[in-house]
Design a binder for this molecule. Structure first.
Ligand SMILES: NC(=O)c1ccc[n+]([C@@H]2O[C@H](COP(=O)([O-])OP(=O)(O)OC[C@H]3O[C@@H](n4cnc5c(N)ncnc54)[C@H](OP(=O)(O)O)[C@@H]3O)[C@@H](O)[C@H]2O)c1
Length: 243
């Protein structure tokens, strides 16, 4: 098996996921560009390769069992193992999101991609991650999923606008990640949550104030943790995000 570190980033065709792939590629890693659109996936792979990254395309819709199983087979055939999985793909589910008028389909869609999608991809990739000497899983969450920040009485909008779908889906993802860390605590797998900050991407109509590249930094940090690094934590650039 190759000595080169093998990573897979979901939703890597654009936004923060693309920049995570670029950052990991710049480390000399082989990076799987997980994306559901063939055209956008191949365009991203071409751009990453032009920048010197060893990138390869991985067809991947995180909501689709068959697609995820095929992605695991592709990574296995290409590399025989996986060292780093970055679960970055995410959606808001659509607007409006106030709990009193949110369409249940909106909430379901957010959970299906942001939580169930992460579980589906993680469990499909775990057999490959277990073959790595230093496996890392990074789940891209958001500080809008922090119940501490959401319930700050002095600043109710500190953790973003009122949301009955997207923000709670990230709280759910945080809770699930803590459970993974507990189950995997006696293994060498480190699994953590990252918040990229408010970045200008398609997700928010480019209203974010940080660049996608800045948002990628926390994921790259968590993807490159040393063996004695944390697991089951929630981090942003400035440190720990409160639950
Ligand atoms: N931007 C922010 O301010 C911000 C803040 C906190 C957290 N985050 C989180 O950071 C992550 C990346 O967000 P972003 O801002 O870069 O958003 P983005 O530009 O909208 O990119 C989202 C990515 O996820 C992919 N995706 C969505 N559903 C998918 C599915 N079913 N299967 C595979 N890929 C799927 C998208 O693919 P398509 O192009 O095919 O739709 C796209 O590649 C998300 O988890 C988001 O919640 C973002």
């Amino acid at each position: 098996m190759s000595e080169q570190t093998i990573a897979l980033v979901t939703g890597a065709n654009k936004g923060i996921g693309y920049e995570i792939a670029a950052g990991l590629g710049a480390l000399g890693w082989s990076v799987g560009v997980g994306a559901r659109s063939e055209e956008q996936r191949e365009a991203a792979v071409v751009r990453l390769r032009a920048a010197g990254a060893d990138a390869f395309g991985v067809p991947l819709d995180v909501t689709d069992d068959a697609s995820v199983a095929a992605a695991a087979r592709l990574v296995e055939e290409r590399a025989g193992r996986l060292d780093v999985l970055v679960n970055n793909a995410g959606i808001t589910g659509g607007m409006p999101q106030e709990p009193t008028r949110v369409d249940p389909a909106t909430a379901r869609a957010a959970v299906e991609t942001n939580v169930i999608g992460v579980i589906r991809v993680t469990n499909a990739m775990l057999p490959l991650l277990r073959r790595s000497a230093s496996p890392r899983i990074v789940n891209m969450s958001s500080s809008v999923g922090s119940l501490t920040r959401q319930s700050d009485k002095d600043d109710p909008l500190k953790a973003g606008p009122i949301s009955g779908a997207y923000a709670p889906s990230k709280t759910f993802l945080n809770a699930v990640t803590v459970q993974y860390a507990k189950e995997l605590r006696d293994t060498n797998i480190l699994i953590n949550l990252g918040c990229p900050g408010y970045c200008a991407t398609d997700l928010n109509g480019h209203r974010g104030v940080r660049t996608p590249e800045q948002g990628a930094a926390i994921a790259i940090r968590l993807a490159t943790l040393p063996d004695d690094g944390p697991t089951g934590g929630f981090f942003e650039d400035d440190g720990v995000v409160p639950w």
